[in-house]
Design a protein around this ligand. Sequence first.
Ligand SMILES: NC(=O)c1ccc[n+]([C@@H]2O[C@H](COP(=O)([O-])OP(=O)(O)OC[C@H]3O[C@@H](n4cnc5c(N)ncnc54)[C@H](O)[C@@H]3O)[C@@H](O)[C@H]2O)c1
Length: 441
Amino acid sequence: MPRKRIAVVGLGYVGLPLACLFAEKGFGAIGIDTDAAKVDLVGRGQSPFPGKEPGLAELLCKVVRDGRLVATSDLEECGKAKAVFICVDTPIDEDKCPVLDFLKKAVGDVGKELRNGMLVSVESTLPPGTMQKVVIPLLEKSSGLKAGRNFFILYCPERINPGRSIESLKKNERVIGSIDSRSLKKGLEYYSAITEAELHPTDLLTAEIVKTVENAYRDVQIAFANEVALVCEELGADAYEVRRLVNTSPFRDMHFPGSGVGGHCLTKDSWLLASALPEKCPPLISAARAINDSMPDHLASLATEALRETGRRARGSKITILGLAFRRDLGDTRNSPALPILDRFRRIAQVAVHDPYAQGSRGLSVVRDVYAALEGSDCAIFVTDHSEYGSMDLGRMAKVMRTRIIVDGRNIFDAEECRRRGFVYKGIGKGERVSSSSRSA
Ligand SMILES: NC(=O)c1ccc[n+]([C@@H]2O[C@H](COP(=O)([O-])OP(=O)(O)OC[C@H]3O[C@@H](n4cnc5c(N)ncnc54)[C@H](O)[C@@H]3O)[C@@H](O)[C@H]2O)c1
């Protein structure tokens, strides 16, 4: 018999692994999602996520087969649970403002099923202040119960690493924001069952700020690396070598530059943080977002420049974009840097897209064979560093491509080797003057 029933609302990249893990630990897990296709797949024990996610597909299959995880679209089912974990998406709109519609709908529906003694833990990333201003009032209004007195409430932001979700759920330390000591005690019972790592108690607001700050901090660090990459390109230096040497100095931890920041989190969590101060947008955070958002366009400009050097123009050329997913070996294309590059070229050039995992959408087809995608191509733009790109055969590329151009957004190739093989090579952070002088040295 299962220990206790829990419900997870939102079976996305965060909610599904969480539900699986609770089921593995002996809880009876009810997975709830408004997306009927996702519910159908999960109910059959199949992961809806393409790409490498070690352990998830096997675990999902097992817990569904054993009847320890069931999937449904019926929000009323959460009334059968002792604890409900809310993991719905919290995106931003075109004006960078938080869209809390999914959260409000989920919270309102959970509130209708709330009973005395239940625990509600929100794991979605939130603009600071949302628990006190939105979640708790909505739960109290729709349930007629009082937070702290009749039900327990937590904010326990997720720290899952895409591509390592099960491992990171078990191993990553977590911050638990609670309304009072009783809620905290109740929450620790559940979270200590699924995680081996330390759990750090705090209040709701601090936990909300911590989550958005940890992602804003990473975004700023990446933006700094990107800024250095642009400087190195101007000066004719290699930003990757600069980074390696900078990091030999104590207390330095410079990040890698690259073709841009994608995914559901880093692209919006800075704005969730900033939204808490509508009159005073923190300048460093917004500058970092602007730098990272400009990188795909910069990569596309390197491609245009390379085409020009070979006497071609983008118009009428065949351009191959390699890596539609936003991160190595995943199939997740949300806010991928490949998308603006695709938009820039698809109106004027013939564009082929390769990705080992990502699905096409918006009338876009994705080629699975990398050399087929490069057939007759004038320019190969590597946006994502999928593992298979690390072992590309330059000789075969040279044979199948019409024009030998490599534009490298992720430091995948050795610039000198590419040039020796007759390619025009351009890369983020790869200044050319030093490369040519070291060639002649
Ligand atoms: N993906 C990550 O790596 C990651 C890491 C840490 C935190 N987060 C945060 O966790 C949250 C979820 O992210 P995600 O990547 O899992 O999103 P996702 O889009 O993959 O999943 C969200 C799911 O919620 C479902 N949903 C939306 N409204 C619903 C409702 N009212 N009732 C039931 N289901 C509903 C959607 O159909 C979707 O399947 C976000 O706030 C995100 O910022 C994500």
